[in-house]
Design a binder for this molecule. Structure first.
Ligand code: NAD
Ligand code: UGA
Length: 461
């Protein structure tokens, strides 16, 4: 089948590449000409495991191409997917300007009988709106609009797309149901469940799914806080909860608050939609507030429990909002680093992939090439992203290179006993404290820190 993909971001590129691997002929267009130039040169403008090799393979096989021209991309397509951004406005409502612009572009070149499938995450009613826009632009055109939300995660995008838990297709006519079913046939034949429903149902499934997953994370974060106060360990507690098949084991890892380009904006848009339609989503409204406060509270905890002083050096390990991506949108680091700096602390930072993106948001940070360089002479290490590299960090080397030996592990990556065995003071989330083994680090702390003024942690909320 001939497919056009509008938008060459995380979703557009992954989806276009996977459709090409599934045997379709795919042309991908983006409004960002520089991005298309990079792609034509075989360079992936984002970091996503396995995607670059797969994209090059697809281009070499002639199944995938990139185009600066909307006409060239859309003209011959049986299905046009819209995978453009759908950010939130400052007051939390959906900003559909990219979708609307893409709909106008597509209406100009779409061939009669073709289907426009909205892959972007959009509120209920958007398919209807796109249909209206396109009909206004080209009154005699015969076309269909469908909703086909995407559930992939950054960092495992290709696996998620090719082995989905379900494929959701929202259609209001037979033509789009049958064309979209045909596109996904290679996956449904391998057992991927298909949910065929109306367009508003499909649109709402996507937001409700993200809101529920975010809620699970918010829940386990609060359970972790309770564990910390009761001597329980959130690891076994989460395992014990997750073994109940009605709950499931995933999305029960405590952390510094969810981030990324999706959960923060999608929960806000979901809540704003509920508010606007007279069906308030109180749970989600509370979740949004608690998630933001968590990032602030955990930054303050570094200042208070790390006994840090003005000029103390904090090594932040991990700027990406999660591992295996270079994406820093709404990452915990973007909230926490400025709080540490405001308290007079010096921040050194490392991330295996996200440094270039983080530089655009963070100022006065010393960037390092390895976590050990970041930790050299540091008074505290704060782990914010669950990179494999940090999980396997050489604790002996870390302990030797640090000045004051305090580690805040906000992903529960390290084994508390192993950390303590290296004489490090360790704070994690919802796990019982383990005292550092060996010579007291406290003496070193005060000796080193004595000449500096103690920093007061900012007031609690
Ligand atoms: P992105 O910002 O990485 O990419 C969007 C791309 O669309 C950009 O390259 C932009 O230049 C391009 N674009 C904008 N307007 C355009 C236009 N009129 N014509 C052509 N191109 C245009 O966004 P993303 O992360 O790929 O997300 C896209 C959509 O998919 C969003 O609605 C998002 O919520 C949803 N989604 C994202 C993920 C994810 O993991 N990132 C997963 C599932 C769903
Ligand atoms: C999320 C969803 O998982 C995807 O299904 C969805 O398609 C996507 O949003 C979207 O709509 O765009 P993504 O944002 O890429 O995917 O990443 P997740 O793995 O969901 O992580 C989101 C945030 O939650 C990260 O900050 C992560 O560290 C955090 N998280 C996740 C936890 O703190 N604990 C967990 O157990 C899981």
């Amino acid at each position: 089948m001939q497919i056009a993909m509008i938008g060459a971001g995380y979703v557009g590129l992954t989806t276009a590449t996977c459709f090409a691997e599934m045997g379709h002929e795919v042309a991908c267009h983006d409004v960002d000409g520089e991005r298309i130039r990079q792609l034509e040169a075989g360079e992936l403008p984002i970091y996503e495991p396995r995607l670059e090799e797969a994209m090059r393979r697809a281009v070499a096989s002639g199944k995938l191409r990139f185009s600066r021209s909307g006409a060239d991309c859309v003209g011959g397509a049986d299905i046009v997917f819209l995978a453009v951004g759908t950010p939130a406005t400052p007051d939390g409502r959906i900003d559909l300007s990219q979708v609307e612009a893409a709909a106008r572009l597509v209406s100009r070149w779409l061939k009669p009988g073709a289907v426009v499938a909205i892959k972007s995450t959009v509120v209920a009613g958007t398919c209807r709106r796109v249909r209206e826009i396109m009909a206004e632009e080209r009154q005699s055109l015969d076309f269909s609009v469908a909703a086909n939300p995407e559930f992939l995660r950054e960092g495992s995008a290709m696996e998620d797309f090719l082995c989905p838990d379900r494929i959701v297709i929202g259609c209001d006519d037979r033509r789009s149901a049958s064309l979209l079913s045909e596109v996904y046939r290679p996956l449904t034949e391998r057992g991927a469940p298909k949910v065929l429903s109306s367009t508003p149902n499909a649109e709402l499934i996507k937001y409700a799914a993200n809101a529920f997953l975010a809620l699970k994370i918010g829940f386990i974060n609060e359970v972790a806080d309770l564990c910390a106060q009761t001597g329980a360990d959130v690891g076994p507690v989460a395992e014990g909860i997750g073994l109940d098949r009605r709950i499931g084991p995933s999305f029960l890892r405590p952390g510094p608050g969810y981030g990324g380009s999706c959960f923060p904006k999608d929960t806000c848009i979901f809540a704003a939609t509920g508010h606007g339609r007279g069906a308030r989503q109180f749970l989600i409204e509370t979740l949004i507030e608690r998630n933001e406060k968590r990032k602030v509270a955990l930054a303050r905890r570094v200042i208070a429990q790390g006994e840090l002083r003005e000029g103390s050096v904090v090594a932040v390990l991990g700027l990406a909002f999660k591992a295996n991506t270079d994406d820093v949108r709404e990452a915990a680091a973007l909230t926490m680093v400025p709080i540490l700096q405001k308290a007079g602390l010096r921040v050194r930072a490392h991330d295996p992939k996200a440094r270039a993106n983080a530089r655009q948001w963070l100022r006065d940070v010393e960037w390092t090439d390895t976590p050990y360089e970041a930790a050299h002479g540091a008074d505290a290490v704060v782990i914010l992203t669950e990179w494999e590299e940090y999980k396997n960090i050489d604790l002996g080397r870390l302990a030797c290179t640090m000045s004051q030996r305090v580690v805040f592990d906000y992903r529960n990556l390290l084994d508390p006993r192993a950390v303590a065995a290296h004489g490090l003071t360790y704070f994690s989330l919802g796990r019982p404290p383990v005292s550092p083994v060996g010579k007291s680090t406290r003496g070193r702390v005060s000796a080193l820190a004595g000449s500096r003024r103690r920093v007061a942690a900012p007031a609690r909320d």
